[in-house]
Design a binder for this molecule. Structure first.
Ligand SMILES: [Zn+2]
Length: 243
């Protein structure tokens, strides 16, 4: 099969869709940040009409992703001041910022997330403090999760790190055996964190999302698609794979 790829553009209703034909097996639909452009990657032999039908079939989902991007942009304008809503492992907390010489974050009564920080700390400094805290919280949970899942998966990650990623919840380097988790997972329900970790561990068996991959997921985590749906309600996951 040739590796050549071609791009075409079509319009479906008010929607501009870029069709990217290349040597792949499955249709892959993505709504891309930051402005919600729609791109469909398809095997070379798929007709434009078939793409059109696939897009129409997913129109509701596409609209939701595009809306989520707008919401994300709005949320990005956080100032880290008292009263704002911030999420921690799937629960909403009201931020309370209080003056303190020592930076510290804690969960207080009445679903409050209390950020103690020097009074002259600007928004970026407060954001960095929050991110540090999210990273610590996530990091603290990972060893137990690895201990639980690695024997079941039958593979060991050489390392499991946390980083900020724009378009992925997790990634796995199958050559080095290292796994990365998105820092944003600290804001999502815990079952989503398990799901992403198991998903990335299974990549140490199978590089692609093939039938064997799904077989592993079904055996290890029968409710994985429920968990994925939970994540799909979030702005970051804007990719849809059709098998
Ligand atoms: Zn994957």
């Amino acid at each position: 099969m040739s590796n050549a790829s071609t791009d075409t553009r079509i319009r479906i209703g008010g929607l501009a869709v870029q069709i990217h034909r290349k040597a792949i097996k499955n249709l892959h639909l993505a709504v891309l940040p930051p402005d919600g452009k729609v791109r469909v990657s398809v095997p070379a032999h798929i007709t434009t009409e078939a793409v059109r039908l696939a897009v129409i079939d997913k129109l509701g989902w596409i609209k939701r992703q595009q809306k989520a991007f707008q919401e994300q942009a709005r949320q990005a304008e956080r100032r880290y001041v008292s009263g704002e809503t911030h999420y921690f492992f799937g629960r909403a907390y009201r931020l309370k910022v209080q003056d303190s010489g020592k930076t510290h974050i804690s969960i207080g009564a009445g679903n409050r997330l209390v950020l103690s920080i020097r009074s002259n700390a600007d928004a970026p400094a407060r954001e960095r403090a929050m991110e540090r805290w999210y990273r610590e919280q996530l990091k603290a949970r990972v060893p137990a999760l690895l201990e639980k899942w690695q024997p079941k998966v039958g593979k060991q990650a050489t390392c499991c790190g946390i980083k900020k990623m724009k378009t992925k919840w997790g990634s796995c380097n199958t050559d080095t055996g290292s796994i990365w988790l998105n820092l944003e997972l600290a804001k999502k329900p815990v079952p989503c964190l398990d799901y992403i970790l198991v998903h990335e561990l299974v990549h140490l068996h199978e590089r692609t999302h093939n039938e064997q991959f799904r077989g592993w997921m079904d055996r290890l985590m029968p409710d994985w698609s429920e968990r994925r749906r939970l994540l799909n309600q979030s702005p970051l996951s804007h990719e849809y794979w059709q098998y």
